[in-house]
Every structure is written in structure tokens, then in C-alpha cells.
Write a protein that binds this ligand. Structure first.
Ligand code: ZN
Length: 323
């Protein structure tokens, strides 16, 4: 593949906007690399539109082009037809250093995605209060009464090259990265998932689209089997570094985030479960800790509650109603 084909396979116009430090939301970015405008006289939004996967158009100066033109305007002020292609190539190669860690042979790919790559996706994701976090993600969380600052949820980073993650087969046998590129938009909220020893094992994606066909997803080919959402105290408990007096078990990422936000002021340990979380590997909850079960008031929530009650029969347990 030529380096230009590689650049186009790797970057969308939006990821190229980010490479150049342009700021924006909902497909409108600025300042324009050609004219420098941050808005037009008629419109307070940034002037540069993503007009296709690889093309852009400035509403202020009417300049337009592809990814190479965008970078060329930014570096030299003219389109790529006049550009020094060696310099353009160097611009992209210099920025290709953000690569996920390689798959290690000791990663147990039968159970979890490669640990280093999970960590990379989370480390490179945005904090929820970062200005790269789209309005719709922030609004979605805020409308649910959640202040995500300091929580474990992150906003997926659109500029990462997901094609470099380890590829796995999907259910119809097609090979894809274990967290496909399209999921950055489908599941913009990502949360870490830990095993009963408090080790980071996987991540969990959440959609903010009310019409989404699927609201959440585990990595391709993997489930949440034996994995949990955990606040810092829960991680410390599982690593044997902390003995909680109260452990709260909630169902799903939204309830987890809702309770997690109070864990700085309230000294509580919060565990979030999904379908499959409760297998035979027990969380090391001390026998004298009270367990508050806040699963949903439906059949699945009742089943989870019954299982927790059986698994931790030595503890004082309380079912907390919510809704
Ligand atoms: Zn312009």
C-alpha cells in the first residue's frame, strides 16, 4: 500500500482535524487551516465541515479538499497540488507513534482482550470534562444526575488507530479489531472492567443514542464473564489492600456511575455487575462487611440478588429498592 493509501486507511477527516489541533463538535471544526477563520459572519459555529470521510469544506473561505490538502494548507498555506510530498509524508509518519502495545503471548486471548491494549484504549481516552468530549456524551451523563469528573468512565478517543489492535473473528467469521473503529462512535462512553482480583481485564462500551439497536457492548468475541465495574476502594479491596465496612453492588454502568460519584465523600465500596459478572470466582468481601444489593427491580435483578445472597451467605445483606 502506498503511504497515501495508508494515511487514508488510518485517518478520517475528523481524526486529521484533531492531529492539527483543530477544535470542534458535531462535524464542525476550526480554525480553518486555509483562512484561519474560527466562525463565519452568519454562523457562530466553527467553519470547517467534514464533507465526507476524507474531505472538508470551509464555509468561510470556500476552500476544500482532502486530508493532504488540509495538512498542506495548515503547514504552508496552499493545497497539496503545490506541496512537497516528502514533507507531507514525514508529517504523517512523525504522528504515527501513538500505537497500541503489541499482543503478548502470555495474554490469555481465550478469556480477555490483550491487557496492554485495553489499558491503552483507556489511557488514551478523554476525561469526561475534556473539551474533546462531545456535547451529546456530556449531556447524556448529566441528564442522569451523574457528575463524571473523577469517575472511571472515559470518552473514546476518535484519533486512535483501532485497526492496529489485535484482530479477532466476529460471529459471522469476519476478522476485525477486538474493539472495531466504528465502535468509537457507537459506544463513546467506555468503562474499565476488573476481575475478582482487582486486575484490569476488559472494557465496556455504552451508547448515548436513544435509538441505538444495542445500548452496550463487550469487546468483540468476549463477555463480561467474571468481570465487574469497580471504584478505587473496590479495586483496593480485591487486591487485599483495604477492608471495607460496606459494599454496594449495583447493576449496569449507569447505576455504577451514579453511585461511584459519591465515593469520595462517602466511604463506600462500589461494585457494578453485568450479565455474566457473577461466576464462581468470589469477590474477597470481608465477612463482617455489610452488603447492599441494588440490582434492578425486575426478573434479572432478582436473579442477581438471589445469587449474591447465596454466594455471600455469611455477610449481612440488604436489598435496596430503587427505581
Ligand atoms: Zn477557510
Amino acid at each position: 500500500m502506498s503511504w497515501i493509501a495508508e494515511v487514508k486507511a488510518k485517518h478520517t477527516i475528523v481524526s486529521a482535524f484533531s492531529l492539527l489541533g483543530m477544535q470542534g463538535r458535531r462535524m464542525r471544526y476550526g480554525p480553518c487551516p486555509a483562512c484561519g477563520a474560527v466562525r463565519t459572519a452568519q454562523d457562530s459555529r466553527p467553519p470547517v465541515r467534514a464533507s465526507g470521510r476524507h474531505s472538508w469544506w470551509c464555509n468561510a473561505c470556500q476552500q476544500n479538499g482532502d486530508i493532504l490538502d488540509l495538512v498542506s494548507y495548515s503547514l504552508w498555506g496552499y493545497s497539496s497540488k503545490q506541496a512537497d510530498f516528502k514533507e507531507l509524508k514525514k508529517f504523517f509518519l512523525d504522528r504515527d507513534h501513538i500505537k497500541p502495545p503489541e499482543y503478548k503471548p502470555d495474554d490469555n486471548m481465550s478469556q480477555h482482550p490483550p491487557q496492554g491494549q485495553v489499558k491503552w484504549l483507556l489511557d488514551e481516552a478523554y476525561m469526561m470534562d475534556d473539551q474533546q468530549t462531545p456535547d451529546e456524551v456530556w449531556d447524556y451523563i448529566h441528564k442522569r444526575g451523574i457528575n463524571p469528573i473523577g469517575g472511571s468512565a472515559r470518552c473514546a478517543n476518535k484519533t486512535l488507530d483501532h485497526g492496529q489492535l489485535r484482530w479477532v473473528s466476529n460471529s459471522s467469521g469476519k476478522k476485525m479489531p477486538w474493539w472495531p473503529t466504528a465502535w468509537v462512535n457507537l459506544y463513546p462512553i467506555i468503562l474499565p472492567m476488573y476481575d475478582h482480583n482487582g486486575q484490569l481485564r476488559s472494557l465496556h462500551g455504552r451508547s448515548v443514542d436513544p435509538n441505538a439497536r444495542r445500548k452496550t457492548s463487550a469487546p468483540l468475541g468476549f463477555s463480561a464473564k467474571g468481570l465487574f465495574f469497580m471504584n478505587q476502594k473496590a479495586i483496593h479491596m480485591c487486591r487485599g489492600e483495604y477492608e471495607p465496612k460496606e459494599v454496594w453492588i449495583v447493576e449496569g454502568e449507569i447505576d455504577f456511575m451514579s453511585l461511584e460519584q459519591f465515593t469520595d465523600e462517602e466511604d463506600i465500596t462500589v461494585i457494578g455487575i453485568k450479565a455474566g459478572s457473577l461466576n464462581d470466582n468470589l469477590l474477597p468481601i470481608p465477612p463482617n462487611a455489610k452488603i447492599f444489593i441494588c440490582t434492578d427491580p425486575d426478573d434479572a435483578g432478582d436473579r442477581y440478588a438471589q445469587k449474591i445472597i447465596r454466594q455471600y451467605s455469611g455477610n449481612t445483606l440488604m436489598r435496596v429498592r430503587h427505581g
